[in-house]
Design a protein around this ligand. Structure first.
Ligand code: MSP
Length: 555
């Protein structure tokens, strides 16, 4: 497998990977999650966004172990929503933000995410970056002062256009999209000339943006076609209403709009305004509810400032609880800390990425978590490891090697289809993961492991010594162990973005050197076949005595 660094394409900060399987697919070097509101403690949906981005980041690092990558996450701490939350708890604003932000940080550490940056919008460096971007947009004539009025949703921190407003039975104005209550605002604000950037934003959405999965891109394109004229957007709030935010430069009566502030976090992470943007643009991972901000406002701000808008956005749908939207008022919000305690970090990561479908909403249910983990991590993956490391079948605790395909074909002909499947797994997973479809990649790996498990039932190795204690049977057993252990090694590589801790324990247990734990090594190490002639020797032949349970069965 060869890795080329591109230098002159619009996506120069992406890496191109080429191998005998796939000609060229690019992977970014900078992944970013949205930053999380600190108006309340994290829930399972927040954890999903970060784990999803983490899996993409880990996948990139597995493919490009020498690349320097960025993975940022953090907290969004300004605005009316946070201000009201702190006030309702009678807590001083900055103490309140510190406490809730620390919970998010703790959660991501507990969930083994590989973030390199945790940004807070209350950081001084970030404030400089927001002020700088603001000044540039003022200088370029994209921000002006004007009277602004409309219905505002505090929950969504956004004005809502007339066509997306309904009146409920109590006569209150409600956002059709989010169901949140609206308030009428009328004040003098700074306004951003979104209307002037309409053509450029549409051109970017149509021709430059890659958005996965496709259904969100199609819907976005249809939505923007329906908007005849982009309206300018208010980008500040009067201090008479809001006290918690970044001040508008040279006007201490106004604070910068929380979404302008929050979106700029990606620039802050990249070193703006102090350093050249050596790693830019980021690849965004967002939930479906914040597409408008990332795919209309954000590229518009960047284009106006003369900066490159992002070219890759992964969007995901939401987790429901028992098919209902999670909400504090319904009391059905799933606590991610509880989940990690019950199912371990890898367990909950596995469930969320295996059962979560980015294109449509998924349903969270405790029994479904148990069933999934028992069937797949314990009974399939764990069972295979137990079988080929058991003292009965593998008394010498060794990892056979140097078996050629021809030999496998001769001695264990019933394994050929399975071998073929295992040899194709990394290609299948590469495609699925780079499309953001972890559920598809994981399903392929599980199918591979099930195929190997069923070979045990066909070959019944526990009967081999009894039937005939001869060389052929010994060889058959050796071939089966080789195929099984290689499949486990490959599955541990391909699932490393999903279950990093389990994969690391497997590599340790099987005594595998680091270069055989990388994506490029996720093929069976078979020899004497022209396609595989470049294979190096796999220096593992002893399995460690460490007791390893991939996953303890849940009852
Ligand atoms: N602060 C803004 C983002 C600013 S980024 C410049 C925000 N914060 S949020 O806390 O409300 O949401 C953060 C992420 O969590 C979003 O991607 C959102 O889609 C995701 N989720 C919130 N609830 C969710 C589910 N129930 N399921 C899956 N993800 C969900 O928006």
């Amino acid at each position: 497998m060869r890795i080329l660094l591109l230098s002159n394409s619009p996506s120069k900060w992406m890496m191109r990977i080429s191998s005998r399987y796939f000609s060229s697919i690019e992977l970014p070097k900078f992944y970013a999650t949205p930053i999380f509101y600190v108006n309340s403690v994290p829930h399972i949906g927040h954890l999903y966004t970060t784990i999803y981005a983490d899996a993409l980041h880990r996948f990139t690092r597995l493919c490009h172990p020498d690349a320097v990558t960025i993975f940022s996450t953090g907290t969004d701490e300004h605005g009316l929503k946070i201000q009201k939350s702190a006030q309702s708890k009678n807590t001083d604003l900055s103490t309140y933000c510190d406490q809730v932000s620390a919970k998010f940080r703790q959660l991501f550490d507990d969930a083994s995410t590989s973030h390199t940056h945790f940004i807070r919008t209350t950081d001084n460096q970030h404030k400089k970056s927001v002020t700088n971007l603001w000044n540039i947009l003022v200088e370029k004539g994209f921000i002006y002062k004007s009277k602004y009025c409309g219905y505002y949703s505090i929950n969504d921190e956004a004005f809502v256009p007339d066509n997306l407003i309904r009146t409920n039975s109590a006569g209150e104005k409600i956002s059709i999209e989010t169901g949140h209550k609206l308030e009428w605002y009328e004040e003098e604000n700074y306004v951003f000339r979104l209307s002037q950037l309409q053509d450029q934003v549409i051109d970017w959405i149509d021709n430059r943006l890659i958005m996965k999965p496709q259904n969100f891109h199609t819907a976005l394109k249809a939505d923007i076609r329906n908007i005849k004229n982009f309206k300018d957007v208010s980008v500040s709030r009067s201090k008479s209403r809001l006290c918690w935010g970044i001040e508008v430069p040279n006007d201490n009566s106004q604070l910068i709009y929380v979404w302008f502030d929050a979106l700029t976090n990606y620039l802050t992470v990249a070193g703006y305004p102090n350093h050249d943007l050596t790693v830019w643009p980021p690849c965004h991972v967002i939930g479906k509810d914040i597409i408008k901000f990332h795919c209309i406002y954000w590229p518009a701000f960047l284009i106006a400032a003369g900066l490159q808008p992002p070219n890759l956005v992964y969007c995901h749908s939401h987790w429901l609880y028992d098919r209902q939207k999670m909400s504090k008022s319904l009391g059905n919000v799933v606590d991610p800390f509880d989940c990690i305690e019950r199912f371990t970090a890898d367990g909950i990561r596995y469930f969320l990425l295996k059962e979560g479908t980015p294109h449509s909403d998924s349903n969270f249910n405790i029994d479904a978590v148990k069933t999934c983990l028992n069937a797949e991590l314990a009974d399939t993956f764990g069972n295979l490891l137990n079988r080929c490391t058991s003292n009965k079948l593998n008394p010498q605790q060794y990892y056979p090697q140097n078996i050629s395909l021809n030999e496998m074909n001769e001695i264990l002909p019933e394994s050929m289809e399975t071998i073929d499947y295992i040899q194709n797994l990394s290609k299948q997973c590469y495609q699925a993961y780079s499309d953001g479809n972890f559920h598809i990649g994981i399903a392929h790996v599980m199918t591979g492991l099930r195929l190997v498990n069923s070979l045990f039932n066909i070959i019944r190795p526990w009967e081999l010594p009894k039937i005939l204690n001869n060389e052929i049977n010994q060889k058959r057993l050796e071939c089966l162990l080789f195929l099984s252990l290689e499949s486990i090694r490959i599955a541990a590589i391909l699932l490393k973005p999903i279950i990093p801790n389990i994969s690391t324990s497997i590599f340790r247990k099987l005594n595998i050197q680091p270069e055989f734990c990388l994506w490029k090594s996720a093929e069976m190490n078979v020899t004497q076949h022209e396609l595989y002639s470049h294979h190096q020797q796999l220096h593992v032949n002893r399995i460690s005595t460490e007791k390893l349970i991939i996953f303890s069965k849940l009852i």
